[in-house]
Design a protein. Sequence first.
Length: 76
Amino acid sequence: MDLEAPVAVYVPEFEVGGKEAITLRQVLTHTGGFRSRVDLEWPVLSWEESVDRVCAAPLERNWVPGKKAGYHIASG
């Protein structure tokens, strides 16, 4: 896997809500800009349902991916 590749290369459903250019590196370093206020309802939801919710979440307003870190306990 190429850490500089957009997540959407590997997970096409991720390419929504302004997240098209977010890279694997940015996801792994929590600088992608989607701390996501998504309720993942873990462990009630399946893995696939959880991934679908994260993919559908929009980029946070005024966040420039790669410029700062932000972590969310459930979806980070």
